[in-house]
Design a binder for this molecule. Structure first.
Ligand code: FVH
Length: 301
């Protein structure tokens, strides 16, 4: 077996040459996109998938299909895993974790922060990552990926990982990339739910969703400005109502609930928005800014 120092030296040489070998385990929609991006960038790429037939296109492009997980792990100094969930990673990788010694193990499977921290105990060279993009854009500049874990491992493999898209490293806590991931997905679902609710509401007046979309997009772009201003208030722990008080927001929220009820569409979403604001106001935040709602989410209001 190659020792850690030899593997590290080999990795350095190949890294400098810009084409270190990579193994991709998991060839679902995302795994295939990851492997294709590495291949396109000229990295010798070994792949493994539970259902081997999914490797056919990649093999045609030059990938090597490993006959077993252990062979796939042994093939490269950098191993990227992208499976359906953490249970699949445990089932697939943990029995072979001895093979991870001397290799960088990068888990791009979605999971919780604690799951990432547990996986970090399998090997000394672990990174956990979150992919904030769809398969179609992987390998393009608009794709972005978040990482945390062993800083030296990230630095050593940064260029190779950058073949997938823009990369950001959040430091040594292996759970932090996953925490960012779920927080950002929450932003996505909250925004999309609001859009879908609005589309349903306007649909009752025979307005097409595609007519609503440009206005929604323009408004979301304004809301990004609110996010930056409120982030500063949250960090300062002070919520001066520089734009509107929470009480003013609440009065308008009630229209959204009433309009939804009048239109005969589901009122659950706006009623929840209203209820969050009411809880903050009951806790004394009537005259503060919308950002004071963070105290409700923190469980303090
Ligand atoms: N697709 C996307 O847009 C999102 C973007 C953000 C990040 N996610 C995460 O990426 C992980 C994989 O997602 P995916 O879209 O590639 O998922 P599938 O196409 O369903 O492929 C799943 C692969 O996992 C293999 N697999 C599942 N269970 C097992 C198991 N018990 N043992 C071994 N392999 C397993 C599956 O194998 P097979 O069904 O082809 O044999 C696929 O390779 C995911 O965490 C997303 O949240 C993607």
């Amino acid at each position: 077996m190659t020792n850690t120092h030899e593997t590290a030296a080999v990795t350095d040489i190949e890294h400098e040459a810009g084409h270190e070998p990579v193994t991709v385990i998991g060839l679902g929609l995302m795994g295939r996109a990851l492997a294709a991006a590495f291949l396109k960038a000229g990295h010798p790429t070994t792949v493994w998938n539970r259902t081997p037939g999914k490797a056919a296109d990649l093999v045609a492009q030059g990938a090597v299909l490993a006959p077993s997980v252990a062979d796939a792990l042994r093939a490269s100094p950098l191993v990227v895993v992208c499976l359906g969930d953490t249970a699949a990673v445990r089932e697939t990788i943990r029995p072979h974790r001895a093979e991870l010694a001397g290799r960088a193990f990068v888990n791009l499977t979605s999971g919780t922060a604690d799951e990432a921290r547990e996986m970090a105990t399998w090997t000394t060279a672990h990174l956990d990552g979150a992919i904030m993009s769809i398969p179609e854009v992987i390998g393009r500049p608009e794709a972005f990926l978040l990482f945390s874990g062993v800083p030296e491992v990230f630095e050593q493999h940064r260029d190779t990982l950058s073949r997938l898209g823009g990369v950001t490293f959040f430091g040594a806590d292996p759970g932090l990339a996953s925490l960012y991931d779920v927080a950002l997905l929450g932003v996505m679902w909250g925004t999309l739910n609001a859009f879908l609710h609005g589309a349903a509401l306007l649909g009752t007046a025979k307005v097409d969703a595609s007519a609503f979309a440009p206005f929604a997009n323009r408004w979301v772009s304004s809301v990004t400005g609110f996010i930056s201003a409120y982030a500063d208030q949250i960090d300062r722990g002070a919520y001066p109502a520089e734009d509107a008080t929470l009480e003013t927001h609440l009065a308008t929220m009630k229209y959204l609930v009433r309009e939804s009820a009048a239109a005969g569409i589901d009122t659950d979403w706006p009623a929840r928005i209203q209820s969050l604001a009411e809880r903050a106001i009951e806790a004394g935040h009537a005259g503060t800014s919308y950002a004071s709602l963070v105290e409700v989410f923190r469980g303090r209001a």
